[in-house]
Design a protein around this ligand. Structure first.
Ligand code: HEM
Length: 137
């Protein structure tokens, strides 16, 4: 991945961090709007949903921070992908989650979600998802 892409993603993620709780809520409402069938995959109480959101933001944060050293990140993503098979996640779900993520960033960043930043996140998510999927299916 190009350094410019990494910098755009890292800088924009910094802006999402302070609103992580809200972003997590937006993310799950978008995700279940796109595919209500994904709901039963997640533990269903509101409190664990929030925790799940935090897990996602934490992992995304770690991934974003680790982008500069992709070789070190790869085994972590491979393990994560394999665990997702146990969570009943299918390869096709990655596109839905990607769309929910981009929608969340757009809502969270507003005008600052420029086409350039959108492209950078698309590349980042697609790269991460591909490593997870290739290790798992
Ligand atoms: C780049 C993509 C993704 C990242 C970074 C990510 C991150 C995580 C993390 C960090 C966890 C915590 C558990 C663990 O570490 O094993 C988790 C759990 C989970 N993820 Fe993902 N995930 C991704 C894609 C997806 C997709 C496509 C789905 C499909 C709906 C999904 C559904 C779930 C579910 C159901 C759990 C378990 C919930 C629970 O029992 O607490 N994730 N994810």
């Amino acid at each position: 991945m190009e350094q410019k892409t990494i910098t755009l993603v890292q800088n924009s993620f910094e802006k999402v961090k302070p609103i992580a709780g809200t972003a997590a809520e937006i993310f799950y409402s978008k995700l279940f709007e796109l595919d209500p069938k994904l709901k039963p995959l997640f533990p269903n109480s509101d409190s664990s949903m929030k925790e799940q959101g935090n897990k996602l933001m934490t992992m995304l944060g770690a991934a974003v921070a680790g982008l500069s050293n992709l070789p070190a990140l790869i085994p972590v993503l491979e393990g994560l992908g394999k665990r997702h098979v146990d969570y009943k996640v299918e390869a096709s779900h990655y596109d839905t989650v990607g769309a929910a993520l981009l929608g969340t960033l757009s809502a969270g960043l507003g005008d600052e979600f420029t086409p350039e930043i959108k492209d950078a996140w698309t590349t980042t998510y697609t790269t991460m998802a591909k490593v997870m999927i290739d290790a798992s299916y």
